[in-house]
Design a protein around this ligand. Structure first.
Ligand SMILES: [Zn+2]
Length: 441
């Protein structure tokens, strides 16, 4: 491995070198082991003469924050996570932690999620620190551990134990968005402005038990089976939010009139599901953002072949539309699948309130003038650290600009051969700079 994590005071001109250095720290979560990577960022700050602080819940999993003074507008927070998902059982053309450049691309785990973003944010932070003209506001940089496993050692810890760090922040820039996404054959640039909420349930079914040599009716297994079949066959009810309305309206504007009109029909709750069935492209994202979803993922119960178990359980990964609660989705599941189950909420991460879109136009203009494509406010169907920032009243925008229209980004996120074009990283770094220089609160 090329071990060089060389640091000098021109690093801000080379975001790709920053990215490659970050990838070479093996920060697979679990266990994360982010400390060497975070310490390297500290070394960069020392080289630039920038003061920083680290905050840790676990000494091996620190978080680092720094601030450059600017004008009196509300400060902008650039934030990202340095942990990555595992690489086991995946096909990789190049070692995922070598950050090889091949075919014009940097290959490695985290190239897209999201060491590319951390590199862009850090390069801009350093660049602005070296420039004579201050920004209209303070600029804050934060790199955290543990996003991929929920943020217990990262942003969740920071907002719970050090909320004062976020007291004056105007808005935040992080993941997910800024890259091309194809809808109905057209290219759009989504900017995450809101996200769904994680809600994990456990459903327990009880029934007649006994020796498995005798016929047994009304069993826990039978109830579980009927429940799983019902959940598999039905969508939960439609829930439209202002964010999703804005998202679908922006998509419709970017399409030709017929396609656009068909998409707008999604906004009629009586038609949403029928339209989803007919759309001639993969519409799972639109499906996800207009419904609570429930995917059974882990079944447990029974431990002996000849004993009919009294109780069996299934874990269900539900993702809730903003504003929905665990009780709401339990009621929806009972409507779809009957009331045989006893539900327990295993985990609920309350998400952000509906997006204000206050800074969407600023970021959208940057992307639209550079690409000629339409930027759309995006409701993320997964969860990001933005939900933790929402707990301290900070609104987050997903803006990691990449103009990589030929590479199926969503197919290689969290997969083998995660990679990012070298040119795109440089391009995205410039777009972040434009946004920061354009902002005045
Ligand atoms: Zn990520």
């Amino acid at each position: 491995m090329e071990a060089s994590h060389a640091v000098d005071d021109t690093l801000h001109e080379r975001p790709v070198d920053i990215l490659r250095s970050l990838i070479r720290f093996e920060t697979v979560n679990p266990p994360g082991n982010e400390r060497p990577c975070i310490e390297w960022i500290g070394e960069v700050f020392e080289t630039y003469g920038i003061e920083y602080k680290t905050y840790t819940k676990d000494p091996d999993r620190p978080n680092i924050i720094a601030r450059i003074p600017g004008g009196n507008d509300p400060p902008v927070l650039l934030y990202g996570h340095v942990d990555v998902v595992p690489v086991t059982d995946q096909e990789w053309t190049h070692d995922p932690f070598e950050a090889v450049i091949d075919d014009g691309m940097v290959w490695g785990r985290g190239a897209l999620d999201m060491k590319d973003g951390v590199a862009m944010f850090l390069a801009n932070f350093l660049r602005i620190a070296t420039e004579d003209e201050p920004l209209a506001s303070d600029l804050v940089f934060l790199a955290v551990s543990d996003e991929e496993a929920g943020g217990e050692f990262g942003l969740e810890f920071l907002v719970e134990e050090h909320p004062e760090l976020f007291d004056d922040i105007g808005f935040a820039i992080g993941e997910f968005g800024g890259y091309p996404m194809e809808v109905a054959g057209e290219t759009f640039y989504p900017i995450q402005v809101n996200e769904k909420q994680v809600c994990w349930l456990e459903a327990t079914f009880t029934g007649n038990s006994g020796h498995a040599s005798l016929p047994t009716v009304d069993t826990a297994m039978g109830k579980l089976g009927r429940f799983l079949a019902a959940v598999d066959e039905h969508r939960l009810p439609v829930h439209l939010t202002p964010t999703v309305e804005s998202m679908i309206e922006a998509l419709a504007e970017g399409l030709d009139e017929d396609e656009g009109d068909r998409l707008l029909e999604l906004l009629d709750p009586g038609k949403t599901d029928a339209v989803l069935e007919e759309l001639p492209f993969d519409a799972r994202v639109l499906d996800a953002v207009t419904h609570n979803t429930a995917n059974p993922t882990i079944v447990s119960g029974g431990d002996k072949e000849n004993v009919v178990p009294e109780a069996v359980r299934v874990r269900i990964d539900c993702r809730l539309v903003p504003g929905q609660t665990p009780d709401d989705v339990i009621t929806e599941l009972q409507t779809v699948a009957g009331d045989d189950a006893d539900f327990e909420v295993v985990r609920f991460d309350e998400g952000p309130p509906p997006a204000s879109l206050e800074h969407f136009d600023l970021l959208a203009d940057v992307l639209e003038s550079a690409t000629g494509k339409t930027a759309i406010p995006f409701m993320m169907y997964g969860a990001t650290d933005a939900r933790h920032l929402a707990q301290v009243g900070v609104e987050s925008y997903g803006f990691i600009p990449l103009n990589m229209e030929d590479i199926p980004l969503l197919d290689i996120l969290h997969s083998g051969d995660e990679r990012v074009p070298v040119d795109s990283v440089a391009w995205g770094t410039e777009r972040v700079y434009e946004a920061l220089r354009t902002y005045a609160g």
